[in-house]
Design a protein around this ligand. Structure first.
Ligand code: URA
Length: 279
């Protein structure tokens, strides 16, 4: 998620002009996560950090908006990109929401919930509910994410068992990470050249799915997220987006203890036959 200068965040939230926001900061009236920040140029991430002016939460007054997008590949999961690549914000601005509106009037600024790699596709949530976004990404809450991946070659049943049990991932410095948490892994489809696997993981380590597959000797050539905490990618086409329903918002909140669990709460390890099939 992107950090931005505090005065920009305050201005975008309609709290004050940039100049007035700078004054508020210098006067010690702005807090980030409970601590006064009085240095101009300090940054924060509105999707994660709690930002307050004179004790009032900056983003709390805004209507909360929850969006599910089908991120196409070759789109970067940031609000802006110094290299000029298409961002998920560009995708959001290119089309109207599919289905019923959740929000009337001007759309508040939203931020991606976690990230998908530039070459990855599938379900990406966006919201201005920083608290929920932060909680959903916290490893403590074990929110299940389902990925369907295309892999070169045949996958040995032993590799599937290792993916399920947990594997140690290659790290930047060449060492191996602690094992990944138990996951669900199964073969969706095989051809002589490739295999489609479905993985359900409850963590969100950097490039986790690619690195898990690499740890068992396979390179991922396509990666699609099909489900995030019970919110499904279907029926969105690539580049399309929609507002979540109230029931879906409650479902997400239930993962982090902010709403009662829905009657039919999504299971962490859903049977493969209920998942989206790659074409
Ligand atoms: N795992 C990956 O390797 N990439 C993603 O984009 C998401 C999960």
């Amino acid at each position: 998620m992107a950090s931005e200068r505090l005065q920009k965040i305050l201005a975008q939230a309609g709290i004050a002009s940039r100049r007035a926001a700078e004054r508020y900061i210098k006067e010690g009236r702005v807090k980030v996560n409970g601590a006064v920040v009085s240095t101009l140029g300090s940054k924060a991430d509105p999707a994660v950090d709690r930002i307050a002016v004179d004790g009032h939460g900056v983003l709390e007054a805004q209507a909360k908006v929850y969006i599910a997008m089908h991120k196409p590949k070759n789109v970067v999961t940031t609000v802006s990109d110094p290299e000029g690549r298409t961002t998920v914000m560009d995708v959001l601005g290119m089309s109207r929401a599919v289905g019923p509106r959740q929000h009337e009037g001007e759309m508040p600024r939203v931020y991606p919930v976690g990230r998908l790699d530039f070459d990855a596709e599938g379900l990406l949530m966006l919201t201005n509910d920083g608290e929920l976004a932060h909680a959903l990404l916290h490893p403590r809450h074990h929110v299940p994410k389902t990925y369907v991946v295309k892999i070169k070659g045949k996958v040995d049943p032993k590799a599937i068992e290792r993916l399920k049990a947990g594997v140690r991932l290659r790290q930047e410095d060449g060492s191996r990470s602690p094992p990944t948490a138990p996951a669900s892994a199964s073969i969706v489809r095989e051809s002589p050249a490739n295999t489609w696997l479905e993985l359900v993981i409850v963590e969100g380590r950097h490039h986790q799915v690619k690195k898990m597959c690499e740890a068992v000797g396979h390179r991922v050539i396509r990666l699609i997220r099909t489900d995030f905490g019970g919110i499904t990618l279907e029926p969105l086409a690539a580049g399309a987006w929609r507002f979540l329903t109230n029931a879906e918002i409650r479902r997400l909140q239930s993962w982090v203890g902010k709403a009662a669990a829905p009657e039919r709460a999504p299971k962490a390890h859903r049977p493969v036959d209920r998942q989206r099939r790659p074409r």
